[in-house]
Ligand binder design. Structure first.
Ligand SMILES: *Cc1c(COP(=O)(O)O)cnc(C)c1O
Length: 388
């Protein structure tokens, strides 16, 4: 059966291929340790689960949700943004639930791109920044993130024709996959760039709650003028161990949110209201200590991995945010994929090859810290033996 050419243009999703390979090895009795996908190993914090249990038992959550979202959820997001980021949001027009950031980012492409349009996408970056524009029948133009520039795009290098055609720009800090945090002044520069070129800036905020060493990540919307030119997609997946729940919110520019809403009324029927009520609890101040504890766990794992890598001569900058270590591929391998293949075959450890996140990810591999300490230690031990 023939599927669409749009679909044909999309490379297979990295983790879908990996899952198949891992399943084959495990079926053959091999003890595979996966440091590939970023999916928290620790359960959702108990007060959130308890709130969800109560909400599921409440019949008011059993009907179709409205795409605008329950008032309690929109209020909770607005109040969290005020408390956490000093950002004022109107909970009626500037907040809407999303069925995960992935859904939201994908659908923004459908809502804003026509066939001759461009979305500017961070490279390396979350795969939906490039797959989304292609599925919308439009084009993604990559913005290189390189270590020399602190993993921020060089906006001045974007040519006039591309600026003219661009309707969307996707960035994310703390950054997946590089672990970089946003340098002072970059968000302000983005606001100028969006305003000057009439481009909707989309800040994918998946990791603001997952930071270390006292670093506190800002919201893009804390930048003056940001709400005029952009939106932020705030996901509860990583910071609250809620990847399976599909709970996120889009906040910021009310016209952009209205367009997203208009699209969604034709696509899905909103986010299960019991999940929205669980989200209300997640965003309350009582959950702060759970996040702090989780971050201590990740910081410990980060140090464990960075020390082990240093011992085998792989130099990395310990990240101040995200759940990833972005490391250079050791000498002697043609590509990140070749190195990761070698590690999987010889050590039964799954790493993510940087090239899967875009051409500028080539030469790097990514380690996710979402594995229990003992398994993580075992994995880095295996890497060390492989290097000897
Ligand atoms: C994990 C991740 C997402 C996905 O978030 P969901 O809310 O689970 O869809 C989006 N963007 C980045 C950068 C991520 O790392």
């Amino acid at each position: 059966m023939r599927h669409s050419e749009r679909l044909e243009r999309i490379p297979p999703y990295l983790f879908a291929q990996l899952e198949r390979k891992i399943a084959e090895k495990r079926a053959a009795g091999i003890d595979v340790i996966t440091l590939g996908i970023g999916d928290p190993d620790v359960p959702t914090f108990p007060p959130i689960v308890e709130a969800a249990q109560r909400a599921v038992a409440n019949p008011s959550t059993h009907t179709y949700p409205s795409n605008r979202g329950r008032e309690e959820f929109r209020e909770a997001v607005a109040s969290f943004y005020g408390r956490r980021f000093g950002v004022t949001l109107d909970h009626d027009s500037e907040v809407m639930p999303a069925i995960g950031a992935k859904e939201c980012i994908f659908n923004l492409n459908i809502a804003f791109l026509d066939p001759t349009d461009v979305a500017l996408a961070a490279d390396p970056g979350y795969p939906v920044y490039t797959g989304g524009p292609l599925l919308a029948g439009a084009e993604a133009v990559l913005m290189a993130l390189v270590p020399e520039l602190g993993f921020i795009p060089d906006l001045d290098a974007i040519d006039a024709e591309t600026r003219e055609r661009a309707r969307l720009l996707f960035v994310n800090y703390p950054n997946n996959p590089t672990g970089a945090v946003v340098p002072d002044g970059f968000f302000a520069r983005l606001v100028e760039f969006g305003a000057a070129n009439d481009i909707l800036i989309v800040h994918d905020n998946a990791y603001s709650e997952t930071t270390y060493d006292g670093y506190v990540a800002p919201s893009f919307l804390s930048t003056p003028g940001a709400k005029e030119v952009g939106v932020e997609v705030f996901s509860l997946s990583k910071g609250y161990n809620m990847t399976g729940w599909r709970c996120a919110a889009i906040v910021g520019n009310p016209q952009a949110i209205a367009s997203y809403w208009r699209l969604k009324t034709n696509v899905d029927s909103g986010l299960f209201e019991a999940v929205q009520l669980a989200g209300v609890t997640a965003l309350s101040p009582q959950l702060d200590r759970y996040k702090a504890e989780m971050n201590e766990t990740y910081a410990r794992r980060r140090d464990l991995v960075c020390d082990a890598l240093a011992k085998i001569g792989v130099k990395v900058t310990p990240p101040r945010g995200t759940i990833y270590i972005w490391a250079p591929v050791p000498d002697g391998f043609d590509s990140a994929a070749a190195y990761c293949e070698h590690v999987l075959e010889q050590a039964a450890v799954v790493l993510s090859p940087g090239g899967a996140y875009g051409p500028n990810g080539e030469g790097f591999f990514r380690i996710s810290l979402t594995t229990p300490d003992d398994r993580l230690s075992e994995a880095v031990e295996r890497l060390g033996q492989l290097a000897r």
